[in-house]
Write a new protein. Sequence first.
Lengths: 175, 147
Amino acid sequence: MLSTRALVRGLQAGLWRRVSTSTSALAAHGHSSAVDVVDCSVPQYNNRLDTPLPDIPFITNLTPEQKTLKEKEKDAWTKLSKEEKLALYRLSFELSYAEMKKGSDEWKTVLAGFFFFLGFTGLLVWWQRIYVYGDVPHTLSPEWVEKQTQRMIDMRVNPVHGFSSKWDYEKKQWK
Amino acid sequence: MRPPEIMFRAALRLSFSGARSLTRSRPQYTAPLAARCYSHGKQETDEEFDARWITYFSKPDIDAWELRKGMNTLIGYDLVPEPKILDAALRACRRLNDLASAIRILEAVKDKAGPHKEIYPYVVQELRPTLSELGIPTPEELGIDKA
């Protein structure tokens, strides 16, 4: 009871107060820096291969230098330097197509984690075999199995294709 | 500007007609009307399709929304747009003072070509006069073609 109340208090302090804060201050960028506060009632920026031109540019709050660059964009583009053209691209788009399509090395981490936990489980199973399981029944001891096998041969278990068919009754040995 | 319903209907018709590439580098397959399995209506030819889109992007007072809508729709089709259409779109970007979108369009075309690596260089080659005239760099020139 007390712990759940503390949990609710914690949530209020951490998340809910931020949610209730006006998002205008956070809407400086195309996507807000506090990622868990996304205003879905206004157009959002997105990086998608099938949507080359998203609803809004990535950066909407321009510094004065960026604003002058935007003014320069209204003039002939041949007058822009390569860096300026690149800067204009990055104002509008967060990720280029190449960056969107680039994979990550996450699969290596996943595979490593998988093997690690598999190995750890193996250790646990081994420990369990040693320290938890008692002795195996006496009917699995070599002496007992020997007598059992002889008995199975004597009573001709599965003589056609199975067990006894592998025993050579003349030579009294396995075929 | 065409009302969206007509464009969507046209898009649906095109999607039923199967994969087509409108650039000359792939062999064209145009079947006679009777062989197509439509429920009704006649199929728009490639030339009509191109003309429609060129008209769309050539609107002198096209606005930013129309440019975005047009490009996103065009990229949604199962084809690589003809250089003529892209030329009209790039010029629309110029009218809207939007260099970033022009570069993005080129990136999108390269992505649309998929495994057919010969399409994008052909498109850039066809658009080279426009690119030089308007001062639009290719993604390769800016170095954003590599992540």
